[in-house]
Design a binder for this molecule. Structure first.
Ligand code: GLV
Ligand code: MG
Length: 320
């Protein structure tokens, strides 16, 4: 991680249709880490101009607490993208944390957004580079270029899997967004998720899983969230408030893992010090720990702290 803003947790990322005044209002009090106010697929073409204004007003006047505030613009094959970005940043730039670009296929598309944001920030007197970028990978071309896309701009904070568009683009035989296609025994998303995760980690970014379509099926949501959390993903979209608690729980470490991580950090710091014997690999209980264990523990400890967990154990050096 190169930038402290990248450490902000995004366990739950709530989708909010920009054309709905009711959802723009309700989302402000949601317990999600992030909201993204949508100008893309949840907004009908004729409703887009009004939705741009509604989103800018909601960002400017609303009380979003400490949630990360993102606006999803339309993809660059449409005629709407430039006007989406200009209207939202001109009207509410200081309140926008990130712009999400959907259906990204090439690094050049991200560079276009980076340069457009830079121009806007300069003209508007905003800090250049503060507004981040989130990229959605939603088709075969985007996945093929995902490493270059992840490296395309220092503004990028996340790489997001978009299962609905992805499934459509590769003809996957399932109509339930994010669910496994019948007839294939293994996890049909494994390759896609791992490719996104590798590109994210190689570039110091967060990896975010996309939506699960059956919003009333809590078990289905839990199943898909646990799958990507186990691989190392940082969070997942939520389409319905009922999914928020599940995401906040699944993408945070368990209390036992968090305690263990803090213990490893303390023990390793002690044993590598002169006082502790200056050794690089030691036993902690039944497990050997070394520098690699410290790195793993750092990640889990950081996730636990940002999820608000408190330690329930402490490290005591062995009596000599
Ligand atoms: C999200 O945008 C998706 O296509 O799944
Ligand atoms: Mg999509």
């Amino acid at each position: 991680m190169t930038d402290t803003r990248l450490l902000r947790p995004r366990r739950s990322c709530l989708a909010v249709p920009g054309s709905s005044a009711r959802f723009l209002e309700k989302a402000q009090s949601a317990d999600a880490d992030q909201v993204f106010l949508d100008l893309e697929d949840s907004v009908a073409p004729v409703a887009k101009p009004a939705a741009r204004d509604a989103i800018a007003t909601a960002l400017d006047e609303g009380d979003w607490k400490d949630k990360i505030r993102t606006v999803r613009v339309n993809d660059l094959t449409t005629e709407w993208t430039y006007r989406d970005v200009i209207t939202v940043v001109e009207k509410a730039g200081p309140k926008v944390d990130c712009i999400m670009l959907p259906k990204v296929q090439t690094a050049a598309q991200v560079q276009w957004l980076d340069m457009t944001l830079t121009q806007l920030e300069k003209v508007l007197g905003l800090e250049v580079g503060r507004i981040g970028i989130e990229v959605q990978i939603e088709n075969a071309e985007g996945l093929t270029n995902v490493n270059a896309i992840g490296a395309a701009s220092p503004r990028i904070e996340t790489i997001i899997f978009g299962p609905a568009d992805f499934m459509a683009s590769i003809n996957m035989r399932s109509l339930v967004v994010g669910d496994q296609p019948p007839g294939y025994e293994s996890d049909a998303y494994h390759y896609i998720l791992m490719a996104i995760l590798m590109a994210a980690r190689a570039n110091g970014l967060q990896a975010i899983d996309g939506p699960y379509g059956r919003v009333r099926d809590a078990e289905g949501y839990l199943r898909t969230a646990e799958r990507s959390a186990a691989l190392g993903f940082d969070g997942k979209w939520v389409l319905h408030p009922d999914q928020i608690d599940i995401a906040n729980r699944v993408y945070a470490p368990t209390q036992a893992d968090y305690d263990r991580a803090e213990l490893i950090l303390d023990a390793y710091a002690y044993f590598t010090s002169a006082e502790g014997g200056a050794v690089g690999a030691v036993m902690l209980g039944d497990e050997m720990i070394d520098e690699a264990s410290r790195k793993m523990a750092l990640v889990v400890a950081a996730q636990g702290r940002s999820a608000g967990l408190s330690r329930t154990t402490t490290f005591s050096p062995p009596e000599s």
